[in-house]
Design a protein around this ligand. Structure first.
Ligand code: C5P
Length: 397
């Protein structure tokens, strides 16, 4: 998605400046073209040669002693940029941009650009939470600047709090998202993800191997395409994408309640969750003691959430998932009809690289009209966009 995109990376004088080298590498790895501008103080933390080597391009630095050269270059770089990224951004550079001060190569170029600007702040917690910094950030946001929020944690100065440069992956994600078409703007999409847990007693439960990766990737992709996303998630160990409304649940019944609460107000539901089909019929309030006898747990049927949605369906587009091990497409077609779905995404979980826990998937997608599309092994993020392309077609029909 970033292949051939021109990124101007502004590096300012924060202790996190060294992380900009990693950002350069990550962008170059995605085949973006990167040109770096450093402020004078950034060069005290890391040398221009590092960025020159990693970006394979000359690095622009403040050079007041050569005013003629930079005055021309700042305009050409500003025009060259498809996107402008400032990472790390100090309170100083944020303040200057908000006040319209352009007194060095970086601030002059950013003022002259028409490209979208992404700012990733990094600074001491007190500097970050200072109302003046917050005001400056608001001013820039109102003017369309994009921010990648700093993280909380231990800071280089020894303080704890918000101010640490965001994860490099999140910064690159934000840059990437600017190039994604916003064809789901104005749409509300509900995504379910992860397993459910059906308790036996306070310390035991029945569940499955679902990691939530497919559902979380779908929620993130839908968010990037402009949708308002509700993510109903079972217990997983991965972090939710920012900017989505997250509802955590444990059991299938809790998931059912949460999904039904939102159903009337959404345009599409993508049920990527691996909902347990059965739950223990009796729950013991106290831990069941081990005995010499075998133990029998009676399982009762859980509600089929998707089937219920298919029954209640109005304008909503309904997308189900099927994890199959045999008669894959035959079973999928049956489910599609039984649950009144518009589309079903089928993965043959016996294939390596498909299904639970892994970062990739291999799927076939069947739509209501019987059309089947096959997708080869691919990353769940990339696959999410392919699934959403098909969902968008169904939503405009
Ligand atoms: O029938 P099966 O469980 O294979 O169907 C899978 C699809 O149905 C998935 O989209 C899953 O999220 C959904 N499902 C559900 N409620 C259940 C079981 C599955 O919504 N109790």
């Amino acid at each position: 998605m970033l292949k051939g995109k021109k990124v101007v990376l502004g590096v300012t004088g924060s202790i996190a400046a060294y992380k900009a080298a990693e950002i350069t590498r990550a962008l170059v790895k995605e085949r973006a073209l990167v040109k770096v501008i450093m402020t004078a103080s950034a060069t005290r933390f890391i040398t221009p040669l590092t960025f020159q080597t990693l970006s394979n391009n000359p690095v622009a630095v403040d050079m007041f002693e050569e005013p003629v050269a930079w005055e021309i270059e700042h305009i050409s770089l500003a025009k060259w940029a498809d996107v402008f990224l400032i990472a790390p951004a100090t309170a100083n550079v944020i303040g200057k941009m908000a006040a319209g001060i352009a007194d060095d190569m970086l601030t002059t170029t950013v003022m002259a650009t028409r490209a979208p600007v992404v700012v990733a702040p990094a600074m001491n917690v007190n500097m970050y939470t200072n109302p003046i910094t917050q005001h400056n950030i608001d001013v820039l946001k109102q003017n369309g600047y994009h921010f990648v929020q700093p993280e909380s944690g231990e800071l280089a100065c020894g303080d704890r709090g918000q101010g640490r440069l965001a994860d490099i992956k999140d910064i690159v994600d934000c840059v990437r998202s600017l190039f994604i078409k916003k064809d789901l703007a104005g749409k509300r999409i509900l995504v379910t993800a992860g397993p459910t847990r059906e308790p036996i007693d306070p310390v035991r439960y029945i569940s499955n191997y679902s990691s939530g990766k497919m559902g979380y990737a779908l929620a993130k992709a839908a968010r990037d395409r402009g949708a308002e996303v509700v993510l109903v998630s079972g217990p997983v160990s991965i972090s939710p994408p920012s900017g989505v409304m997250l509802e955590r649940i444990n059991t299938a019944e809790e998931m059912m309640r949460s999904v039904l609460k939102h159903f009337d107000n959404v345009d599409a539901v993508i049920m990527a969750a691996a909902v347990a089909d059965y739950r223990p019929m009796e729950y013991s309030e106290v831990k069941i003691k081990k005995s010499d006898e075998d133990m029998v747990v009676h399982l009762g049927k859980n509600p089929d959430i998707l089937k219920e949605l298919g029954f209640r369906k109005g304008k909503q587009v309904l997308i189900g998932f099927a994890a199959e091990t045999n008669d894959v497409m035959l079973n999928a077609g049956k489910k599609l009809r039984e649950k009144n779905l518009d589309m079903i995404v089928v993965n043959d979980v016996t294939q390596p690289g498909a299904g639970f826990e892994v970062d990739t998937n291999i799927v076939n997608v069947m739509t209501r009209d019987g059309d089947v599309k096959s997708f080869p092994l691919m990353d769940k993020g990339e696959l999410s966009h392919m699934i959403l392309d098909l969902a968008v077609d169904l939503m405009v029909r």
